[in-house]
Design a protein around this ligand. Sequence first.
Ligand SMILES: Nc1ncnc2c1ncn2[C@@H]1O[C@H](COP(=O)(O)OP(=O)(O)OP(=O)(O)O)[C@@H](O)[C@H]1O
Length: 586
Amino acid sequence: MNNLRSTLAIVWRIAIPYFRSEDKVAGRTLLAAVIAIELALVAIDVLVNQWQARFYNALQEYNWDSFIWEIGVFVVLATTFIVLAVYQLYLNQWLQIRWRRWMTEAYLRRWLGDASHYRMQLKGDAADNPDQRIAEDVKQFVEQTLNITVNLLSSVVTLASFVVILWGLSEAAPLTLFGMEYHIPGYLVWAALLYAIAGTALTHWIGSPLINLYFEQQRFEADFRFNLVRVRENSEQIAVLRGEGAEQTLLASRYGRVVANFYQIMSRTKRLTAVTSGYAQVATIFPYVIVAPAYFAKKVQLGGMMQTASAFSSVQRALSFFVNAYRTLADWRSTVARLDGFEMAIESAKTLSAEPQTIDVVSHAGDSIELAQLLLKLPNGLPLIAADGFSIRNSERTLLTGPSGAGKSTLFRAIAGVWPFGSGAISVPAHATLMMLPQRPYFPIGPLKAAVVYPAAADAFGLDRIKQALIAVGLPLLADRLDEDGHWNRMLSLGEQQRLGIARALLHAPQYLFLDEATASLDEPGEARLYQVIAEQLPQTTVVSIGHRSTLHAFHDRKVELVRDGDRFSLRSTGRDADVPAGSAE
Ligand SMILES: Nc1ncnc2c1ncn2[C@@H]1O[C@H](COP(=O)(O)OP(=O)(O)OP(=O)(O)O)[C@@H](O)[C@H]1O
């Protein structure tokens, strides 16, 4: 019960923001229309039930006129039913797509905002496969929540209407056993109730493990899909390493989990289907068996008997909502749990930067980047880099070196404000523009011009400027392909990608440019030319580079080295090409 209450509380928390959003008028109107139509459909069911009594009595009495009249009534009822059913589905789908669009956009904003997508990974993948949460789970949540709510409501109303009818019919057709009449008020209602309770309990007992099994199934399927995507993304590496065999084994083992779990679902579903279909079959005949003695004792007409059977099955169906919807409910609960986990992971990634033991990235009025009492840590809490009173001065060009794994890239991540582990403060000039270029720049799939100017809009720069930037970095041939669509990370060599990255920097002209081995794939003369271009075209830009080649020294005013200092590394400024001993920290 507590479980149910907490699931409902989560559903409420996830569902309600849409109905309070800017789209609330459309959302509420559509929801009201869907519910109103559902209630009208129940009313038609009640009318059809009453019609059945009249229709079968007309048959039993060989009354042709009544028969024809009732056929006419049925045509009217059936036509109304069809029109309502068509519009109910149409409006339901309309609401679904609006609600889903709103939720998807809201999740995308939260996931992409504040670098949560990156921090969630740092936190150890608390919510697996966010892509699945946003693409699949939101769709299922909206669809299932709406259908379950509407069906539940319809069941309650059906129950209320038919219980009244069935109660009356219990009077008209008293319980007759072995020639004796027993007057139990509303015995047909009680019989339907007992029947439904027994079915529900049995279904829950057999079906409850399905909730977890469905949850796991979704996860295994998503894992498998994700690994397939990784193979596609890294297909060149895999091909040259002849890694196909290893991939086959890995993928087969991932798919093995999908299959093993599915077998469990199959065997559970088999048992559950035996129960639910047996239950449905018995339900067809059950009311006739109960009313038959009264019928054969001529206490009730054929019409009364048919009406009773149909009312009984309506009550029983409404009561068995849980039995019929068990699979959907199980699926729904796992969808809700996954979305809840996703929301929690986003929240905890957000609060990561607000925790007391995190790095503060603040803006200040000065024109340099200042590191004060900074201690960078690994996610597991081990110290990585300590820096205090260190500044990156305006327009200066700094070369950062140090052993592999010392934390050079992590220092860049901290300055960019996405590395939360550690303490101390990083002050960045207010309104300063920073650009980080890694060794492997990212290019969205699409036209080349959009890839170069990313993250600006494709039309943020004139075509001539983009062409000039490409020519400046030594990619004149690409200058004629700006409108070509492509997967540029796959189509260009790493050196070409790095040139393209520098072209991006030339266009954006940031005040601070951080180059994390961003030219390391070029030969030395090629690298030198790019630094020359940066110096000429971005004379005001403060450049901080990570690199290992000694030839880079010529393009920097200052050399800073990360040196081991106990259990961590610290920054030592060694001046231009100078071998200043360690310990002369800024
Ligand atoms: N997301 C992460 N989770 C756990 N550890 C990490 C993560 N990112 C980096 N590290 C660890 O932090 C340390 C510093 O990594 P970083 O990439 O900053 O080193 P680096 O000095 O740039 O190395 P290289 O010169 O080899 O590129 C490494 O030991 C690395 O394993």
